[in-house]
Design a protein around this ligand. Structure first.
Ligand code: DC
Length: 209
């Protein structure tokens, strides 16, 4: 079984995907980390984010071992990832990695922006997770605060809105809900409630297949 979880920045899709994968004993891939790793490698090589050739080379050499880097989680890398994610050749270079990952014997959960539309259009269950801009900025703020990082709520709100606009307006695999995706709005749900709601959606979808 493949479960595709898409949605905008800080919608809670990563936490949900991780819990769903653990619940069903499936593998989990946070595909945002792939784009973040490409952005990190371009920046650490001293290249410009608009340097298409540098980004393509970095995308072709992405490997699983470098995805555990805690430095990938920061807002600067997230914004940079959103910029390089516009490049069609970068997306193409990362596509096979994601599709190979999805073909696991015990099934896989992948979360990102284009899993239900491009990476795994035949996924058994597709969930599109949303939450209000303000709720998402607040969650990100609390995450950063708990790690002792100094960021402001207002900056995070601006960052989230800019990223959503860029991710949904690009021409290569823009973020949008697949026609057969189930929608989950987590604005007023805590992590446990969102997880319970997602399990219900998954159970319902599996019964109707
Ligand atoms: O999910 P995230 O915040 O870690 O993703 C960082 C950026 O990577 C996001 O703003 C756009 C890009 N991305 C993408 O284009 N497609 C995906 N499947 C996952 C992430």
């Amino acid at each position: 079984m493949i479960i595709a979880i898409d949605g905008p920045a800080a919608s809670g899709k990563g936490t949900l995907a991780r819990r769903i994968a653990a619940h069903f004993g499936m593998a989990w891939l946070d595909t945002g980390l792939l784009y973040r790793a490409v952005a990190r490698d371009v920046l650490s090589a001293g290249r410009d984010l608009e340097d298409v050739q540098a980004a393509i080379a970095a995308a072709k050499s992405v490997n699983a071992e470098t995805l555990n880097d805690p430095g990938l989680r920061g807002p600067r890398v997230g914004d940079a990832a959103s910029i390089i994610a516009k490049i069609p050749e970068v997306r193409a270079a990362l596509l096979e990695y994601q599709r190979v990952f999805a073909r696991q014997d015990n099934g896989a959960v992948l979360d990102g922006r284009d899993i239900g539309t491009v990476v795994c259009p035949d996924a058994h269950v597709k969930i599109f997770v949303t939450a209000s801009d303000e709720a998402r900025a607040k969650r990100r703020f609390l995450e950063h605060q708990s790690r002792g990082e100094s960021v402001t709520y207002d900056d995070l709100l601006v960052d989230i809105r800019r990223r959503d606009a860029r991710d949904s307006s690009r021409s290569a695999a823009p973020m949008f809900a697949a026609g057969d995706a189930l929608h989950l709005d987590t604005t007023s749900l805590d992590a446990d409630q969102a997880f319970a709601a997602a399990l219900q959606l998954i159970d319902g979808a599996r019964k109707t297949r």
